[in-house]
Write a protein that binds this ligand. Structure first.
Ligand SMILES: Cc1cc2nc3c(=O)[nH]c(=O)nc-3n(C[C@H](O)[C@H](O)[C@H](O)COP(=O)(O)OP(=O)(O)OC[C@H]3O[C@@H](n4cnc5c(N)ncnc54)[C@H](O)[C@@H]3O)c2cc1C
Length: 435
């Protein structure tokens, strides 16, 4: 492969949003490149492996992608940073890397569909082996992790807890507690609204689990070298549950680093700000799905289709798609989730002074407590300067201290020297791209 590639439309992320964007744009005959760092398209929700079966909608999307010769699907490929200057009529160039090589990818238009990641909040014992994210445990089980007969506690907030518990149960695990931090009042308000989305209401009935408890949160993961028990606050009482795994999901954080690297503005839900046609604040760059704010796969599909039409230059279709009820309907569901599963103060204050907040660089809460901002903390403690580049601890310190992590400066992720060598020219300030 040459160190420079070009396409008409570059889509980053082949989850529901990215697939919908590609399928909306493809009939226009553009040369589309769809990039994802996973080995298969499908994103977080449509993930297959030895421990999962793809739903029909996911299979339909995959098969549809294969029918278009003008869609080039690059799985196992990730964007690692900026690719240097680009022509004013083009989208910013990006630096890509796969298992073999790195290259600079130019495109006429760019659609960001980077999805979201889990919010991991620190609490005593959260770094013990056996403690994972709730979505993380789902991913591991789908990839074949054996959990048969294991006792699992799921804790945090939101419907993802029930989805995680369901995946674990179907894989033969014993889910002994689902600790939901929201109150029964909030859950009842959520349940009363659910019939507005009949498919979700039906899903809720199939996912319901009698070990689900409201006003409950994790306090402490205990064990010698590995998780052995979990201490839970349940209303005014506390309980200790012996278990093999703890899966914590405190909500999702939009993946905005790439957009921020390009200079895209954020909205009030920490997602990328977009207009009615999914255009970001940076010319020629669009965004769709969870990177614009958490909202579920249905909203991601609707947004992706609008972004695909708009980025392909079919504004009429994009507007028609935007006028359809689907987006407003699923945005309403997203709003309901935000209101009823808002994180309470208690779960943001679980860490003890010696609890690691930045687990890449071993920075405990004690060292951060006297710092005034994210930058101050980075400079004095190396918080956020490890392999994850603040993806985990940045979101945690936002919840703990209200700090806003600074956007990355050039690289999104560790990259090979050979890849960096493909990008010889310094980033051009005149393009308006943040160095
Ligand atoms: C761990 C996890 C588990 C979830 N499980 C469920 C569930 O069970 N049920 C449910 O309804 N919802 C679930 N969700 C929510 C789910 O993410 C959305 O509903 C839906 O998948 C959003 O679609 P999307 O296309 O916006 O993003 P995603 O599906 O997240 O797709 C984004 C894709 O972009 C790729 N990507 C990101 N950055 C780069 C980069 N730099 N280079 C290359 N590729 C990149 C990612 O690998 C990913 O494949 C989960 C979310 C997470 C984080």
């Amino acid at each position: 492969m040459t160190p420079r590639q070009r396409c008409d439309l570059l889509i980053i992320g082949a989850g529901p949003a990215g697939m919908a964007a590609a399928l909306a744009a493809a009939p226009r005959g553009l040369a589309i490149t769809l990039v994802d760092d996973n080995i298969h398209p499908g994103g977080q929700i449509w993930r297959d492996g030895p421990g999962s079966t793809l739903p029909p909608l996911a299979r339909q999307h995959r098969e549809a992608l294969e029918r278009y010769p003008n869609i080039r699907l690059l799985c196992g490929t990730r964007v690692v940073g900026l690719g240097g200057p680009s022509a004013p009529q083009d989208a910013p160039a990006l630096l890509l890397e796969d298992a073999e090589q790195g290259w600079i990818q130019h495109s006429h238009r760019l659609v960001l569909c980077n999805g979201a990641r889990e919010l991991l909040l620190p609490f005593p014992g959260w770094t013990l082996p056996g403690v994972t994210g709730a979505g993380g445990l789902q991913v591991l089980i789908k990839a074949g992790l054996p959990v048969q007969g294991q006792r699992i506690v799921v804790a945090g907030t939101g419907p993802l807890l029930l989805a995680c518990a369901d995946t674990a149960r179907k894989a033969g695990a014993q889910v002994i507690r689902i600790a939901e931090q929201a109150s029964w009042r909030a859950l009842a308000a959520f349940a009363l609204q659910l019939p507005r989305w009949p498919a979700k209401a039906l899903q809720a009935t199939t996912l319901f689990n009698h070990h689900w408890r409201a006003s409950s949160h994790v306090l402490h993961a205990q064990g010698q070298g590995r998780l052995e028990a979990v201490r839970i606050q349940r209303g005014t009482r506390q309980e200790t549950l012996a278990c093999d795994r703890l899966a914590c999901g405190f909500g999702l954080v939009p993946n905005t680093q790439m957009g921020q690297l390009l200079g895209c503005a954020l909205n009030d839900r920490q997602g990328l700000q977009v207009d009615g046609l999914m255009a970001t604040s940076v010319p020629h760059v669009y965004a769709a799905g969870e990177c614009t704010g958490f909202g579920g796969s249905e909203r991601a599909l609707a947004q992706g289709a609008i972004a695909g039409h708009a980025a392909a230059g079919d504004t009429a279709r994009a507007r028609a798609q935007a006028r359809q009820a689907a987006l407003a309907r699923w945005q309403g569901f997203a709003d309901l989730l935000h209101t009823q599963f808002e994180l309470g103060e208690a779960v943001c204050q679980l860490a003890a002074p010696d609890t690691l907040v930045c687990r890449c660089e071993d920075v405990p809460l004690r060292e951060l407590a006297s710092r005034s901002s994210w930058i101050d903390a980075k400079l004095h403690t190396r918080c956020g300067m490890g392999a994850c580049q603040g993806r985990v601890c940045g979101a945690a310190t936002h919840a703990l201290f209200g700090w806003t992590p600074a956007p990355p400066r050039h690289l999104l992720a560790p990259a090979r020297i050979g890849t960096l060598a493909q990008c010889p020219t310094p980033v051009d300030e005149s393009t308006g791209i943040r160095p």
